[in-house]
Design a protein around this ligand. Structure first.
Ligand SMILES: Cc1cc2nc3c(=O)[nH]c(=O)nc-3n(C[C@H](O)[C@H](O)[C@H](O)COP(=O)(O)O)c2cc1C
Length: 148
């Protein structure tokens, strides 16, 4: 996506939420199958991490579009306690190729336990949580990508 020459205000947003009901891959798949095609149409990219009863989602795109989506997401009854962790203006996307990558965060994820023993996204600085998501994605395990 060549957005550098256009006057588009790009933002990256990170939030955390708690799943309502059992957090199975099937439930998340049904959320994502709709989300991914909508994201493609709206130029939204990012990552959805799922695990330990939590969702962590990074959304990247045009500011107004991301605001509108975030507002819809906060109303979604499939999760609760939606908390905004970070909103930053960006010049480049980090997940430009993914309409929404899906990362599974296992309950006993060694990455989370060893490197982030105090991991609680509700109290951690947003930048640290964003880095943890980036680390998980970079590690490349348990990722299911749907490209743009
Ligand atoms: C954890 C979670 C992540 C979601 N991610 C997206 C997403 O990336 N893109 C999207 O269009 N909808 C996403 N949704 C669905 C939206 O909440 C909403 O259902 C969808 O945008 C349709 O909204 P509408 O029914 O008001 O048109 C997500 C929902 C949940 C629970």
């Amino acid at each position: 996506m060549d957005e550098t020459r256009q006057r588009i205000q790009l933002v990256r947003l990170l939030y955390v939420s708690r799943a309502v009901g059992p957090q199975t891959t099937a439930v998340t798949d049904s959320i994502l199958s709709v989300a991914q095609s909508a994201n493609r149409q709206r130029g939204i990219t990012g990552v959805l991490c799922q695990g330990q009863g939590l969702y962590l989602q990074v959304l990247e795109g045009e500011r107004g579009v991301i605001n509108a989506l975030y507002n819809r997401i906060t109303q979604d009854r499939r999760h609760q306690d939606v908390q905004l962790l970070l909103l930053e203006e960006i010049s480049q996307r980090r997940y430009a190729d993914w309409a929404m990558a899906h990362v599974l965060l296992a309950d006993d994820d060694p990455m989370v336990q060893l490197h982030h023993p105090e991991f609680d996204p509700y109290s951690a600085p947003g930048a640290s949580v964003l880095k943890m998501v980036a680390d998980l994605v970079a590690k490349g395990e348990r990722i299911r990508k749907t490209s743009v």
